[in-house]
Design a protein. Structure first.
Length: 321
C-alpha cells in the first residue's frame, strides 16, 4: 500500500527552486536585493530536526497493517527500569484465552480420592520417602547457596539489556492515523505505558505534529509481508521481511504476545528465513549460502506463519483517529 509520509518527507528535503522571473533585482547602491524574510520562513526545511528525539531517546514509528497505517512511539530502556504492560483486561476479552485459563484452574483444583486403605498407606509411604529425599537434596544444595547467589547477581546485571516499549495501554498498541491526533493524545495526559519514562513529561510539553516524521528504518509495512512471501523465492524483498521481523519481535515482547515470540524464536522456521535473508543481504559467500537456505524454505509455510503473526498483532491494536 502507498505511504503518504514518504512523499511529504521527500518534498521537505528538496532544495527550494526559484524561477527565473524571481531572480533578485540589482540595486545601484546595495547590490542584490535582500530576500523577503517571510518568504524564507515559509519554505520547507532542508532536513528534519531530530534533536528532540535524540535527546529524549524516544522515536516516532509508522506501522502499516491490513486495516491501515498509523503512527506510534517506541523507546528502549533497561528491562529492570520498566513496568510491563498490564494485559489482564485484554486477556479477559479473549474468549479462547479465558477458556484455557479456566481449564487450567480446574486442573489445578482437582484432588485425588483414594478409597482403598492399602493403596492409601502405600501412597503415604511414598510421600514420606519423597520428603526424605528432598531434605537430603536441600542440605546438599545449601553449601552452594552463597556462590550461586553471587553468580546470579552478576548474571542479572549482565542480562539487564535494553528492551522495547511502545505507546500502549493495557496490552494494546495505540496507533494514530495522523500526527495531530498522536500529539493531541500525548498532551492529554491519558494513561499509557510510556508515561513511566523520565523524559515523558518533557516530550508532552515540546512535541509538535511536524516532529512526527519517522525515519525510514522506523517505518514498517507489515501489510505487504504475506503477499510478498506468496510471490515465491525470486520475489522476496529482504529489507521488507527483515524489518518486519524486527518490529514483530519488538511488539510481541512489549505487548506480551508469547505465541508470536515463539514463532520468531531461535530455531523456528521463520527465524531460519530471517537468518537466510540477512545472509543474502550481506553479500559475499554468505549470500550464496543464504540463497541456498532460502530455497529450502517453503513459501506457503512462510506466508501462513506471517499471516498468523500479522493477525495476532492486528488483534491487539487500538486505532485512534
Amino acid at each position: 500500500m502507498g505511504n503518504p509520509k514518504h512523499t511529504e518527507v521527500s518534498v521537505a528535503r528538496q532544495s527550494p527552486q526559484r524561477p527565473d522571473a524571481d531572480e533578485p533585482e540589482l540595486d545601484d547602491t546595495t547590490g542584490a536585493a535582500e530576500p523577503d524574510e517571510t518568504e524564507e520562513t515559509d519554505r520547507p526545511s532542508a532536513s528534519i530536526d531530530r534533536s528532540l528525539w535524540d535527546e529524549l531517546r524516544i522515536d516516532p514509528v509508522e506501522i502499516a497493517l491490513p486495516a491501515g497505517t498509523g503512527f506510534t512511539l517506541r523507546a528502549y530502556r533497561p528491562a529492570s527500569s520498566l513496568t510491563p504492560t498490564d494485559v489482564t483486561e485484554r486477556d479477559q476479552d479473549d474468549p479462547f484465552l479465558a477458556r484455557r485459563q479456566a481449564i487450567e484452574e480446574e486442573e489445578d483444583d482437582e484432588t485425588v480420592v483414594i478409597l482403598d486403605e492399602e493403596l492409601a498407606e502405600e501412597f503415604a509411604d511414598e510421600d514420606e520417602d519423597d520428603k526424605s529425599t528432598r531434605r537430603r537434596d536441600g542440605a546438599a544444595a545449601d553449601t552452594d547457596t552463597d556462590t550461586e547467589d553471587s553468580d546470579e547477581a552478576g548474571t542479572d546485571e549482565a542480562d539487564d539489556e535494553e528492551v522495547p516499549i511502545f505507546l500502549s495501554n493495557q496490552g494494546k498498541l495505540l496507533l494514530f492515523k495522523t500526527p495531530e491526533s498522536l500529539v493531541s493524545f500525548i498532551r492529554s495526559g491519558a494513561p499509557n505505558d510510556l508515561s513511566q519514562l523520565d523524559s515523558w513529561n518533557e516530550l508532552s510539553e515540546r512535541l509538535e505534529p511536524a516532529d512526527i516524521a519517522p525515519l525510514d528504518e522506523d517505518t514498517y509495512e507489515l501489510d505487504l509481508v504475506v503477499e510478498n512471501l506468496r510471490g515465491g523465492h525470486d520475489t522476496w524483498d529482504s529489507t521488507l521481511l527483515i524489518e518486519a521481523g524486527e518490529v514483530a519481535r519488538d511488539l510481541s515482547y512489549a505487548l506480551r504476545l508469547p505465541a508470536v515470540l515463539d514463532m520468531l524464536s531461535a530455531g523456528s522456521s521463520l527465524d531460519d528465513l530471517d537468518e537466510a535473508l540477512r545472509a543474502t543481504a550481506n553479500g559475499g559467500i554468505g549470500a550464496f549460502m543464504g540463497r541456498r537456505r532460502l530455497k529450502k524454505i517453503g513459501a506457503q509455510t512462510a506466508s501462513l506463519g506471517w499471516r498468523t503473526i500479522v493477525g495476532k498483532i492486528s488483534a491487539v491494536v487500538d486505532w485512534r483517529d
